[in-house]
Design a binder for this molecule. Structure first.
Ligand code: NAD
Ligand code: MG
Length: 397
């Protein structure tokens, strides 16, 4: 179990990404509370080197031996004694090391699964941004958390909001009066453009989110609303809910980050500026509260909060994800793998925006849903679904 010293030692998986940078921004405001044990990055070696210069972690982890040599050279020239590791083994080592109390899981996609699971297995306080690991292996992940006594805190703004609106010590197996969860969604950059224009939107347009600054994969997921579907699956696992207990609500201002409705008719919401440093600071300090650097919400300037129902014709990916959530078993893992391949294809210019949903639907169609019995099974399904999706992309060109 993680140590209980006042100073918390932190590993940040995916430190060079959008969530990683925001995490270091919060951590940098509280040098008395948090020490940085390890940082990881994939391709941005120069940025990772700068982060090491500033935060002096014991370890840094990169993708491969070549990147490790590059980073070592830079750090040596600055006389910085961070030890450089590489590969999945390096990631798992720094997420499970004895000296670590808290692991921020902010790698994007399936690549985050093994190191996040390693942190859970080691009983760490796991701050979960990498929703894909729960979508792929929810049961396995939650069983691991249960067994090890790890603490799982959601970073996704919606799930962090739901967590804040649920009763303290919430246990899904106990009667606590929750009727349903209202999962809010901005609707992304294409919420109201004419449907016939969707076929020709570009990756840059898809990544220009109206309210949030995020990595490119999650930005495209927000534009297709697959992100909300993945979040619905994530919420089912985190809070022990069935898909029927979650309503997706379009709320373009992204000021309410989600809501919980109780049987007496009370609806609790968490509000704030759309800035990930709020959920990050909340989870880092929980159950205390710390400064995050986020500006005060100007509720007068906000003036109005709008709500609407999601249009599944415009956002077929959301429908596919809800269906996969209801089917359960292997369906979400296959959905996730096909989506990662399709989004990458779109970002590389090999696939049009509207064909993302097509690839995911066709991959699911070819799959027979089964129970997931092991990590190896999840990985095998993930590999197979990626191959199917890749073939489908090639055949649409
Ligand atoms: P990003 O693309 O900005 O950063 C991804 C990070 O993962 C980078 O540090 C990158 O180096 C690392 N990475 C990428 N591929 C890797 C690989 N194969 N092996 C090891 N490391 C790899 O993404 P992001 O926006 O920070 O999102 C990270 C995760 O957080 C995603 O799962 C996303 O869904 C989730 N999330 C992000 C936001 C947000 O506001 N950005 C909000 C909620 C949830
Ligand atoms: Mg979210």
């Amino acid at each position: 179990m993680a140590g209980s010293d006042a100073m918390q030692q932190l590993t940040i998986l995916g430190a060079t990404g959008s969530i990683g940078v925001s995490t270091l921004d919060v951590v940098g405001r509280h040098p008395d509370r948090f020490g940085v044990y390890a940082l990881s990055g994939n391709s941005r070696i120069a940025e990772l080197a700068e982060q090491c210069r500033r935060f002096k972690p014991s370890f840094a982890v990169v993708a491969d031996a070549h990147a490790a040599a590059q980073l070592r050279e830079r750090l040596n020239s600055w006389n910085i004694r961070t030890e450089v590791l590489w590969g999945v083994e390096g990631l798992c080592q720094v997420s499970s090391a004895k000296a670590v109390d808290v692991v921020m899981a902010a790698i994007v996609g399936a690549a985050g699964l093994l190191p996040t699971l390693a942190a859970a297995r080691a009983g760490k306080k796991v701050l979960l941004a990498n929703k894909e690991s729960l979508v792929m292996a929810g049961q396995l992940f939650m069983d691991t958390v249960q067994k090890s006594g790890a603490m799982l805190l959601p970073i996704d703004s919606e799930h962090n909001a739901i967590f804040q609106c649920l009763p303290k010590g919430y246990d899904p197996s106990e009667q606590c009066g929750v009727r349903k969860v209202l999962l809010t969604a901005s609707g992304g950059p294409f919420r109201s453009i004419p449907l016939n224009e969707l076929a020709t939107v570009t990756p840059d347009q898809a990544c220009a989110h109206p309210n949030w600054q995020m990595g490119r994969k999650i930005s495209v997921d927000s534009a297709t609303m697959m992100n909300k579907g993945l979040e619905l699956i994530e919420a089912c696992w985190l809070f022990g809910l069935s898909p029927n207990e979650i309503d997706v609500v379009i709320h373009p201002q992204s000021v309410i980050h989600s809501m919980v409705e109780y049987v007496d008719g009370s609806v609790l919401a968490q509000l704030g500026n759309p800035d990930m440093r709020t959920p990050i600071a909340h989870a880092l300090a929980w159950p205390e509260r710390i400064e995050s650097g986020v500006a005060s919400l100007d509720i007068i300037a906000t003036a109005r909060l709008d709500f609407g129902e999601p249009d599944l014709k415009r956002f077929p990916c959301l429908g596919l994800a809800i269906q996969a959530a209801k089917e359960g078993g292997s369906a979400p893992a296959v959905l996730n793998a096909a989506n990662e391949i399709a989004v990458e294809g779109f970002l590389q210019g090999q696939l049009s925006f509207i064909n993302i949903a097509r690839i995911v639907a066709d991959t699911l169609e070819k799959h027979e849903v089964a129970e997931l019995d092991s990590l190896e099974h999840v990985q095998q399904l993930d590999t197979e679904a990626r191959e199917v999706a890749l073939k489908l992309i090639r055949s649409t060109r």
